[in-house]
Each structure stands twice: as C-alpha cells, then as structure tokens.
Design a protein around this ligand. Structure first.
Ligand SMILES: Nc1ncnc2c1ncn2[C@@H]1O[C@H](COP(=O)(O)OP(=O)(O)OP(=O)(O)O)[C@@H](O)[C@H]1O
Length: 135
C-alpha cells in the first residue's frame, strides 16, 4: 500500500467519523492529483489561461456555464483515469495484462473525449472574438 513515509498517524481502515474527516481525505486526494499527476497540472494551467481570457473578454454568463462544464468534464475524466490507473496497478502490479491495458486505454480515451469537448467549447467562445479583434 502507498503510504507517506513521514506520516506517523495510525492508518485508518474504517469509515470517516465526521464530515470534517471526509473533507480532509478528499483534500488529501486533491493534493495527490496536484503532486503526482502531470496531466492534471497541465489541465489547471490551461484552465487558468482560459479563465484569464474569459475575464478579459467579458464573456456572457451562458458562456461561463459552458466553460465550467468543459472544465469539470476534463477534471472529472482525469480523476476517473487516475482512479482506474491506481486500481489496475494495485490488482495486476507491474506486469503486462490485456485487461489492464484495455481498462487504462478506455480511461485515457475518456480523458481525450472530454478534452475534445473542452476544445470545441473554447473554440466556439473565443474564435469569433479573436476574429473580431483582428478585423
Ligand atoms: N499492466 C499493464 N498491462 C498492459 N498495459 C499497460 C499496463 N500498464 C500500463 N499499460 C499501458 O500503458 C499505458 C500508459 O499506462 P499508465 O496509464 O499507467 O501511464 P500514465 O503515464 O500514468 O498515463 P497517463 O498519461 O494517462 O497519466 C496504458 O494506457 C496501457 O496502454
């Protein structure tokens, strides 16, 4: 099991005793995503750039909604991909397995599809504005 060598707390195996404890573990999960998932960090950098453009270009509330839908679609599929990778590695370890490959490839395909969705949303919102700026 993956454990932080600096973590001296007693390992927890039973259910969370409070809402705060649940939130603490969820934040630990987000920290793992930030520290260990390069693609997740790239998504965040791209999101910050896009959000900056959105603020500068004063996009409409509807466009903001689509932008957030695209953002959370990518983040959601990235999280699912990470879960699949970790669970598959936990089960098969470091050796080739056709089912492990299928599960990981399908999860990666989900990320690609949601990224495509985000690119389409981004283009629909920003391309007309860039063209207007050039004219
Ligand atoms: N145990 C395995 N058996 C067969 N193929 C595997 C296995 N582990 C990984 N692969 C193949 O390698 C690819 C990359 O593996 P993995 O998703 O673990 O790497 P990653 O660099 O973390 O990927 P990502 O870029 O999605 O974060 C998988 O999509 C799959 O095709």
């Amino acid at each position: 099991m993956l454990m932080d060598s600096k973590d001296n707390r007693k390992p927890q195996l039973d259910k969370n005793k409070s809402f705060l404890q649940s939130v603490g573990h969820a934040l630990e999960g987000i920290k793992r995503l930030l520290l260990e998932e390069r693609n997740f960090r790239i998504d965040l950098v791209v999101a910050i750039i896009v959000l900056t453009f959105a603020i500068v270009m004063k996009i409409s509330i509807n466009e903001w909604l689509w932008l957030f839908a695209a953002f959370f679609s990518v983040i959601g599929s990235e999280v699912l991909n990470t879960v699949v990778e970790n669970v598959v590695d936990l089960i098969v370890g470091h050796h080739f397995d056709a089912l492990a490959k299928r599960a990981k490839d399908v999860a990666a395909g989900g990320v690609l599809l949601s990224a495509l969705f985000a690119v389409i949303i981004g283009m629909l919102i920003f391309v007309p504005r860039f063209i207007a700026l050039l004219n």
